[in-house]
Design a protein around this ligand. Structure first.
Ligand code: PMP
Length: 419
């Protein structure tokens, strides 16, 4: 890390990795296998971060490795159409039929940035509406009340974002339909897009209240805005078919990332054909990428999604529920106020007695206790997300034995944290 700090700001290549949210020195990854990682000092951890979500089959899944190796033998990049990207695209559309057409990109940031550009072009409007504590990547328009990394660092906005652009990003509290409706009504020139994480993972884990997503759909329809579900994190995590399957609400545009690349860089934006047809070269909205649809990433995503059947999804979900219930029980027994939840294989908790409905309530949780708990868990070989405002994940490699071992370790960690 000392050498890394000479090279990279904060010693890292993405801010949350620096452990500023919990203090102390980050662990340096050496290798991973299944549910486990080993750090550079040889210490073993059960991993619930899973590269921040992509590794739904666990680390170094033999299925993914084999698919990548096979693809690699034929070349690592072409900058040409390949059959692999068609196969992955068809599989995504089969699971998410409302994603009629899509475009592959290489990061979630690119996906959301491009989706908003497209929404602006399609509606002829400039303003967007987002929710406090939702993170949609680091494009300029989104670095307004952006949750997790930004919040952990205590930077409400980022310098370098032109004020004129930030002024076009309106923000309402998550789960507050009235606030969103008021903002839409006040904005005379109209809103191009309402963008939301259907289940928030970037202010900690916060599910939508019944009616909230349905209300946003209605608001988008009545105001002429496009509804964008940012499913970079929730896609193929909260249900086999994402938010539409789980909540029955259909977005106009959907952004995907993480799981669809199976641990390699791949992301996508897509949705209704008439909207996607506006993207170049079919239409005039420019967007491009040298490594977009990269064959290794497509192969990893294809192997991951093919393996992640609805049956496997529900098996992971059951174990996630067991973990979350176990953690709640431990907290009750130790008299620690804790609320926890999960959606599919995504989960999280706050040290608070009432479930947090939005980022403000999440920030009112006991963050100091989280920090002590995080480090006590880390000492015992459990790697939780290193910030009170990040979701955790599970993988197919986390079996009943890993859940039991984790709960035993977390009990010890919580006892230490409150001592
Ligand atoms: N949207 C959401 C909901 C995310 O969680 C993230 C990343 N955590 C992004 C967008 C940005 O993705 P990337 O880091 O691949 O740019």
């Amino acid at each position: 890390m000392a050498r890394a700090r000479e090279l990279f700001p904060g010693g890292v290549n993405s801010p949350v990795r620096a452990f500023r949210g919990v203090g102390g020195e980050p662990i340096v990854a050496e290798r991973g296998e299944g549910a486990r990682i080993w750090d550079a000092d040889g210490k073993e951890y059960i991993d619930f971060v899973l590269s921040w979500g992509p590794l739904v089959l666990g680390h170094a899944s033999p299925i993914v490795l084999e698919a990548v190796a096979n693809a690699m033998q034929r070349g690592t990049s072409f900058g040409m159409p390949t059959e692999l990207e068609v196969q992955l695209g068809e599989l995504i559309r089969q699971r998410m039929p409302h994603v009629e057409m899509m475009r592959f990109v290489s990061s979630g940031t690119e996906a959301t940035m491009s989706a908003v550009r497209l929404a602006r072009a399609f509606t002829g409007r400039d303003a967007i509406l987002k929710f406090e504590g939702c993170y949609h990547g680091h494009a300029d328009s989104f670095l307004v009340k952006a949750g997790s990394g930004v919040a952990t660092l205590g930077l409400p906005d980022s310098p370098g974002v032109p004020a004129a652009l930030a002024a076009l990003t309106l923000t309402a509290p998550f789960n507050d339909l009235d606030a969103a409706t008021d903002l839409a009504a006040q904005n005379k020139k109209g809103i191009a897009a309402i963008i939301v994480e259907p289940v928030v993972g970037n202010s900690g884990f916060i599910p939508p209240e019944p009616g909230f997503l349905e209300g946003l759909r209605k608001l988008a329809d009545s105001s002429g805005a496009l509804l964008i579900f940012d499913e970079v994190m929730t896609g193929f995590r909260i249900a086999p078919g994402g938010a539409k399957e789980r909540f029955g609400v259909t977005a106009d545009l959907t952004t995907l990332g993480k799981v669809i690349g199976g641990g390699l860089p791949a992301a996508a934006y897509g949705g209704r054909r008439e909207i996607m047809e506006r993207v170049a070269p079919s239409g005039p909205v420019y967007q491009a990428g040298t490594l977009s649809g990269n064959p290794l990433a497509m192969a990893a995503g294809l192997a991951t999604l093919t393996t992640l059947t609805p049956e496997l999804h529900s098996r992971i979900e059951k174990r996630t529920a067991a973990l979350v219930e176990g953690l709640q029980m431990i907290a009750r027994e130790l008299n620690v106020p804790l609320t926890a939840g999960h959606a599919g294989s995504m989960w999280g908790f706050f040290f608070t007695s009432k479930p947090a409905r939005n980022f403000m309530e999440a920030k009112a949780s006991d963050v100091e206790l989280f920090r002590r708990f995080f480090h006590a868990a880390l000492d015992r070989g459990v790697y939780l997300a290193p910030s009170p405002f990040e979701a955790c994940f599970m993988s197919a490699a986390h079996g009943d034995a890993e859940v039991a071992t984790t709960l035993e370790r977390l009990r010890g960690a919580l006892e230490q944290a409150i001592a």
